[in-house]
Design a protein around this ligand. Structure first.
Ligand SMILES: C[C@](O)(CO)[C@H](O)COP(=O)(O)OP(=O)(O)OC[C@H]1O[C@@H](n2ccc(N)nc2=O)[C@H](O)[C@@H]1O
Ligand SMILES: Nc1ncnc2c1ncn2[C@@H]1O[C@H](COP(=O)(O)OP(=O)(O)OP(=O)(O)O)[C@@H](O)[C@H]1O
Length: 289
């Protein structure tokens, strides 16, 4: 039996657009968004333990083990399976900034569900893992969907979406944005007109890169002027937008070399990098049907 899985990637996502179309009675918002996987990833190691403990082996500043989405995902998986005897050691190498709008924590949780479902042989199907994931966060089901998606509902109703094979420059403006603060703002508009998936793909059946907008951007930039500064700077090179509830800002380029040229000019006060659009989750082979 396999007892370890090492260097499991947890990729970031970009929200190519994000519309807030309503609010549910429980306060959660109805969204429409295009989720794009990119090849910038956290990395996780898993080892089965025989003593029934779930242990995060490394320290993540600001994230105590008991509130870590990775540890919570492992607990929820074994509870749902009715197997309190299952144990694992998990090491999380963080590369994605927290509160960056890149879905890092959610992706770590999704990778944990996938890897442990495999190692523990708990036998959950993809949809069952997505249902477990939704209890951990609105972004988790997307990372278990396995490919780029048009998302509706609170982000959990997913349809496959064709997207361009481009490169992205991503800037980290150096602030961590608490998602709940942006969604609870009185300045947030919640009535963007609902679109149909057939409205936005272009002639090549891909989503056009300038489709829609990010409704959270106006609120986030008011709270955090550093985000507005990054959008202004990156906007000199193309259509620059914020992802998720911020803080990261991105712009698409057809060629890697164009991304390199932009990064050469990046002011030293920001961390910035390039990433390639991915069509599939790198652990798609572990996704049960
Ligand atoms: C903004 C996005 O990143 C877009 O991909 C996601 O919708 C946020 O997903 P997430 O980080 O997994 O968010 P969660 O941990 O589920 O929720 C954090 C907080 O954001 C608010 N929230 C989140 C998602 C949503 N559809 N409506 C909301 O109002 C809620 O106040 C919630 O307490
Ligand atoms: N493994 C984890 N990695 C990162 N953050 C975690 C983790 N576990 C719990 N968290 C908590 O989740 C918060 C959000 O982190 P995350 O990296 O998912 O933000 P985000 O990229 O803004 O996500 P989203 O796009 O889903 O809003 C962090 O501030 C942290 O307190």
């Amino acid at each position: 039996m396999t007892v370890t899985l090492n260097a499991c990637p947890a990729p970031a996502k970009l929200n190519l657009f994000l519309h807030v179309t309503g609010r549910r009675a429980d306060g959660y918002h109805l969204l429409q968004s295009a989720f794009q996987l990119i090849d910038r990833c956290d990395s996780l190691d898993f080892a089965v333990r025989e003593d029934g403990r779930i242990v995060r082996t490394n320290d993540i500043p600001g994230v105590p083990p008991e509130s870590d989405l990775v540890v919570r995902a492992a607990h929820l998986l074994r509870e749902t399976a009715g197997r309190p005897d299952l144990g694992a050691s998990i090491t999380v190498e963080k590369r994605l900034p927290m509160g960056g709008g890149l879905g890092g924590g959610s992706s770590d949780a999704a990778t944990t569900l996938l890897a442990l479902n495999h190692l523990w042989q708990t036998g959950f199907k993809r949809q069952e893992l997505m249902d477990i994931g939704l209890k951990l966060g609105a972004d988790v089901p997307f990372f278990l969907f396995g490919r780029n998606a048009f998302a509706e509902g609170v982000g959990e109703a997913l349809s496959p979406l064709e997207t361009a094979s481009c490169w992205y420059v991503v800037i980290e403006p150096g602030v961590s944005v608490p998602t709940a603060i942006i969604f609870s703002s009185s300045e947030l508009t919640r009535d963007t007109k609902v679109v149909r998936i057939t409205d936005f793909p272009d002639a090549t059946n891909q989503i056009a890169s300038n489709f829609g907008r990010n409704d959270l951007e106006i609120v986030a930039t008011r709270h955090f002027p550093q985000i507005a500064e990054a959008i202004d700077w990156l906007g000199k090179f193309g259509k620059a937008r914020m992802t998720g509830s911020g803080a990261c800002v991105f712009c698409a380029f057809d060629h890697e070399q164009q991304a390199d040229e932009v990064l050469k000019q990046l002011p030293s006060r920001w961390n910035g990098w390039k990433a390639k659009a991915m069509q599939e989750h790198p652990l798609a082979h572990l996704l049960p049907s």
